[in-house]
Design a protein around this ligand. Structure first.
Ligand SMILES: Nc1ncnc2c1ncn2[C@@H]1O[C@H](COP(=O)(O)OP(=O)(O)OP(=O)(O)O)[C@@H](O)[C@H]1O
Length: 232
């Protein structure tokens, strides 16, 4: 997947993806047939009622759980054709995740939280530290590199989480309510940072949100309701 950043087609492509949970009488259908493309440099909002399947769809796009039917392509590569180790490599190298809660490692500094995923991916410490410093600069936290998560504000924690998601230079950014824990002003700031980075770095981004103001600032909005994707 080292060619992911140079692939010419959409970075994310879903074709008629289906997913439900359970069997028999307790079975629920969540995604009834989702088709979607997200191009490089495109920031797509996904909105829908609670329980409509936003997180489920993000997990499928992130190869964190399988679809029951349909096709998922990441940078032109068919997920179904990958071995488990290839899927793991794609998750590490090609996809960045940002969640509502930052999930930073509490005992490590901001810098180390950005270094660790790079070292897991095989980058040498010195190179990883230089990249982490560059990213901390891009998210405006150069002065906080030695701080642990508990010593950072909520907005700063989420900036570090964004930097961490970008550490391995992914082509695809998936975010689940990335500003959901923040006050409106901080949410706006963190969103503006995210949007700037998506456009500057040419990422494909799919972002689930309940915040309609932020959704309206993205390039495109898709809705999810009763298992179907639609346009806002
Ligand atoms: N592992 C699972 N097993 C059974 N049901 C599940 C599982 N994961 C999700 N669901 C169900 O799938 C539906 C969609 O859940 P999902 O978390 O994707 O919704 P969401 O749109 O992200 O909701 P929210 O906005 O509240 O976060 C829900 O009814 C949920 O209960």
């Amino acid at each position: 997947m080292s060619d992911a950043s140079r692939a010419s087609g959409p970075i994310l492509r879903l074709q008629d993806v289906k997913r439900g949970f359970g069997a028999g009488a307790t079975r629920i259908e969540v995604i009834l047939g989702a088709s979607l493309e997200v191009a490089r440099g495109e920031m797509v909002a996904m909105i829908g009622p609670s329980g409509s399947g936003k997180s489920t769809l993000l997990h499928i796009c992130g190869l964190l759980e399988p679809a029951e039917a349909g096709r998922i392509e990441i940078a032109g590569h068919d997920a179904a054709a990958m071995s488990e180790s290839e899927r793991t490599a794609v998750r590490r190298m090609t996809i960045g995740f940002v969640y509502q809660y930052h999930h930073l490692l509490p005992e490590f500094s901001a810098l180390e939280n950005i270094v660790i995923p790079q070292m897991i991916a095989g980058t040498r410490r010195r190179v990883a530290e230089a990249r982490a410093r560059e990213l901390l600069g891009q998210v405006g936290l150069s002065q906080r590199e030695r701080h642990r998560p508990a010593e950072l504000s909520g907005g700063e924690q989420q900036r570090v989480a964004i930097a961490r998601a970008l550490a391995n230079k992914p082509a695809l950014l998936l975010a689940d309510e990335p500003t959901g824990n923040l006050d409106p002003h901080t949410a706006g700031d963190v969103f503006a940072l995210l949007a700037r980075l998506v456009h500057e770095l040419g990422l494909a981004a799919l972002i689930a949100t309940h915040n309609l103001d932020l959704a309206a600032r993205m390039d495109r909005i898709i809705t999810i309701r009763d298992g179907e994707l639609g346009r806002a």
